[in-house]
Design a protein around this ligand. Sequence first.
Ligand code: CA
Length: 167
Amino acid sequence: VLSTSLFAQGLTLQYRCQNTATSTQSMNPHFNIVNNSGSSVAMSSLTIRYYRTKEGSAGEQFWCDYAVVGSSNVSASFTTDYVEVNFSSGAGSISGGGESGQIQCRISKTDWSTYDQSNDCSFDPSVSNFTAYPDVTLLRNGSVVYGGNCSGGTVTPTNPPVTPTNP
Ligand code: CA
């Protein structure tokens, strides 16, 4: 269900596909969060939800290869349907009109078996530059503020793409 109140939050998630291989041991989505809310937003209030299916039963592991907010302030958790990227208080805040800067993520399975990225809702190998991208969801304090809901291989938009504008 579309909600104009979501727009009022003024947050946009940008995505870039750094590993375009269909079959791979490592998923490498990169993100950037743009804040046009008009006020400062604490990174620790934000969660990025990247929808993927995990082939096989092995556990997963996460690395932040680089982040402007500090890679040590970035962590992840895993569910059947998605990977959630979270930020500690050390990541600071995004000022109004600002952006987080690059957040370079890398995810592998503990046994290094391959993923099939072609069936992952949030994967799009055609996105090579940072682009507002609603197939990855951004949450603020646990509520979706940007992006869609992917279930069973189908993306249900909860908020259409927002073109960032400078205040
Ligand atoms: Ca998959």
